[in-house]
Design a protein around this ligand. Sequence first.
Ligand code: FAD
Length: 295
Amino acid sequence: MYIRQMFAQKPCVCSIEVFPPKKESSLAKMQDTLRRMAGLRPDFISVTCSAGGSGQAGVSTCRIARFIKNELGLEPLAHLTCMGADEAGLRQTLDELFASGIQNLLALRGDALPGLQAPPRLAHASDLMRFIRAGYGSFGLSGACYPEGHVESASLAADIDALRQKQEAGASHLVTQLFFDNLHYYRFVNRARKAGVGLPVSAGVMPIVSARQIERTVKLSSASLPPAFTKMISRWQNDEQGLFEAGIEYAVNQLRDLIEGGTDGVHLYAMNNAEVARRVFEGIADLLPTPKEGV
Ligand code: FAD
């Protein structure tokens, strides 16, 4: 099923993001995690790809997406980046995804890391989308968006302009970067709508449940930190169990507000933790919508 069809059927589409394991020996554990996540009945599960190619380092994005589709009967959204890749390599990955029955791709430029270059004709995600449409027109395309602006953007307006280009290039859905302050999301969607970007937007939320995540994600992320969030972190950062509970509660509150505020979709960055996903889904279950009448 195409992800765009899900948005036509449900007032709020719920999804989870996972990343493929780096080692083959971790595949069985990953599959177990995915089975547990599938029990929560998310509308789709997105699978990241590693930076600097098309996700072929470690277990491939395609392999995990295939497992989600064929073994779990759920819709995968396979991420694909062009930074550090070349057109022949991208075609090879697209052939494999197509042959595996994958219907939905999150087309990304990828991070501009030292030593990595985008293929000459594919400088931006919208170029990659056009490239995919030209050779593989049956894929449904999603794109990334940034409620607080992409780090390289001169302004939020320039970023929203890039979103219009993604829309024109054939994207039918957007997923946001994580954020901790819903105000940024509401303002961003409002501005995007006024600028003519009408695509459904999945709001990306990451529960911060461990001290390691504070180091890795919070300090490296360019997301602004509202007072309630910094208060939560400083209160619980030295208490493992306390931080877990407080992090789940913060994310659940964020998601409940987003669903009640009418977001098109919620996208959970669960960091391959099925227990986190279970707790969060439990916390929003009463708000999860039923399909629109007649569908
Ligand atoms: P683009 O849309 O190309 O934007 C990059 C920059 O160029 C922005 O500043 C934008 O404003 C500007 N720009 C875009 N189009 C134009 C244009 N036509 N003219 C001028 N400027 C333009 N990375 C991974 O490596 N693997 C993943 O699996 C992955 N998954 C992600 C999932 C989500 C939901 C998000 C939000 C990000 C993800 N990323 C992933 C990170 C992403 O690759 C980086 O944020 C990257 O720096 C930008 O990718 P993009 O597709 O948004 O690029």
